[in-house]
Design a protein around this ligand. Structure first.
Ligand code: SF4
Ligand code: SF4
Length: 379
C-alpha cells in the first residue's frame, strides 16, 4: 500500500485519556455521540456517554459465515474491526414514519411527522464505511430522487473516522481502494496507537468544524516516529487482507451471464434470509406498511428496511418479477456490482465484508464473482 497523507499534513497527537474530552466536547456542542459498544456480548452501535462505553480491550475475528468477539491483551478503544451494524441505522433508520393520517368530524387530515434531526456524531467510522456513506450520499442525496430525511440527518451529522491498523479475514477494502486508510469525508480522523511509547491517537481535522473541535483538545505536534508507526500499522492492515474483488470487467461480466450455471449453484445454498443486504452499509431498499389504531381514527405509514431477497419485494400487479432464489441472488449481486455503476456511477460495494460474515451459509461474493468469471457460461 502506498503511503497516504491526510489533507493538511500529519495532524497532531492526542493522549488516549483525552478521548473523554472529545466526547464531552461533542455533547456540549449539541451532538449525540454514537459508536461501537459491547452489550450482552454483542458488538453494536449505540450512544456513547464516556469512553467507558467503547469496547476497550475487545477484538474481533471474522470470516465467511463466522464472527467472534473476544478479549484482547491490548487496551485499545478501537482494536477490533466491524460488527454487524452499520451507520445507516442512524442515517437511514430501519423503521421510520413517513406520513400520518387522522380522522375527525368526518374529515381526514394528513401530516408529515415533525422530526428535527438528531445531530449524531458518528465515532469510529472506518474507511470502508466512509466510502459507504459516500455511496449512500450519491444514492439518497445527490441522485434524481432525494430522500429529505436522509439529507437532514446527514447534514446534521459529524464524522469521527478511525484508521484501521487491523484487518479481519473478511475485509477486502484494499482491493477496492476504499481502505484501510481514510482519505476524506470526515471531520476528524483518528489513528490509535498502543505500545512502549504509550497509548495515544494521531488526530487530523478534515473540515473547518473538525479544526475548531481539534483546537479545543489537548493535542501536541506529531513526532516523525509516531507518524511512521501509524503508517506502518495501516500498511500492515492492508497487507493482512487475503480477500480481494477484481472489478475491471464489470458490469459486462454480470450483464452477459444471466444464465450462467453458477447462479443455480449459489441458489441451492442461499436461504433468501436477506441478512447480506440488511448488514450491507449501502443497501437501501425499503417497503411501506400502513398501521391503523383499533378505532380506525389514526393511521401511520411506515418505511421499513426491505431486501431484494424477499419474494414479495418484487411483487407487482399480481405476480413476482423474481420468483426464484436464483433470480433474487442474481439481482442482489448484479445490482451491487453492475447496475449501481449505471445508476449512481459507483459500485454498491466498499469491501467491508459484512455480507459474507453474516451469511448463515457463508456465501461469499469474493468467491462467487470469480466462479462466474472463470467457468465457461452455457449461453
Ligand atoms: S456488498 Fe458486502 S462487502 Fe460489499 S459493502 Fe455490502 S456488505 Fe460490505
Ligand atoms: S446470500 Fe446468504 S445472507 Fe444473503 S440471502 Fe442468501 S443465505 Fe441469506
Amino acid at each position: 500500500m502506498s503511503q497516504f497523507r491526510w489533507p493538511g499534513g500529519a495532524g497532531a497527537v492526542m493522549p488516549a485519556a483525552a478521548l473523554g474530552d472529545l466526547l464531552a466536547l461533542l455533547w456540549r456542542e449539541g451532538f449525540q455521540p454514537v459508536g461501537p459498544t459491547v452489550q450482552d456480548g454483542y458488538l453494536g452501535l449505540d450512544v456513547l456517554h464516556t469512553p467507558a462505553d467503547l469496547p476497550q480491550g475487545w477484538t474481533t475475528e471474522a470470516d465467511a459465515g463466522w464472527f467472534r468477539l473476544q478479549r484482547s491483551d491490548r487496551a485499545a478503544f478501537f482494536g477490533f474491526n466491524l460488527g454487524q451494524e452499520s451507520w445507516k441505522k442512524f442515517l437511514f433508520p430501519p423503521r421510520l414514519p413517513v406520513v400520518t393520517a387522522a380522522r375527525q368530524d368526518g374529515l381526514i387530515s394528513f401530516a408529515a411527522p415533525a422530526r428535527p434531526p438528531t445531530a449524531y456524531a458518528l465515532i469510529g467510522v472506518r474507511a470502508c464505511e466512509l466510502a459507504a456513506l459516500a455511496v449512500l450520499d450519491r444514492t439518497l442525496r445527490q441522485g434524481a430522487f432525494r430522500d429529505p430525511d436522509y439529507e437532514a440527518r446527514r447534514q446534521a451529522a459529524l464524522v469521527v473516522a478511525v484508521n484501521c491498523t487491523e484487518s479481519d479475514a473478511a475485509c477486502f477494502c484494499a482491493s477496492l481502494g476504499t481502505g484501510p486508510a481514510v482519505r476524506g469525508g470526515y471531520d476528524l480522523a483518528l489513528t490509535e496507537l498502543t505500545g512502549a511509547d504509550g497509548h495515544f491517537f494521531l488526530i487530523q481535522a478534515g473540515s473547518a468544524q473538525g479544526e475548531r473541535l481539534m483546537a479545543a483538545l489537548p493535542v501536541q505536534p506529531v513526532r516523525e516516529e509516531q507518524w511512521q508507526q501509524a503508517q506502518a500499522g495501516i500498511a500492515a492492515a492492508a497487507r493482512r487482507q487475503t480477500r480481494s474483488l477484481a472489478t475491471a470487467d464489470l458490469p459486462g461480466l454480470l450483464y452477459e451471464r444471466p444464465e450462467h450455471p453458477h447462479w443455480e449453484e449459489v441458489a441451492a445454498r442461499c436461504l433468501s434470509c436477506g441478512s447480506c443486504a440488511l448488514v450491507c452499509p449501502t443497501c437501501f431498499c425499503f417497503c411501506l406498511e400502513d398501521e391503523t389504531d383499533l378505532e380506525n381514527k389514526t393511521a401511520t405509514r411506515w418505511r421499513l428496511w426491505d431486501v431484494c431477497h424477499n419474494l414479495d419485494h418484487s411483487y407487482i400487479h399480481g405476480g413476482w418479477l423474481r420468483p426464484s432464489r436464483k433470480a433474487r441472488y442474481r439481482q442482489w449481486l448484479t445490482h451491487k456490482l453492475a447496475a449501481w455503476l449505471d445508476q449512481f456511477g459507483c459500485l454498491g460495494c466498499t469491501g467491508c465484508g459484512r455480507c459474507l460474515v453474516w451469511c448463515p451459509v457463508a456465501i461469499d461474493l469474493t468467491a462467487e464473482l470469480p466462479a462466474l468469471r472463470e467457468t465457461a457460461p452455457k449461453e
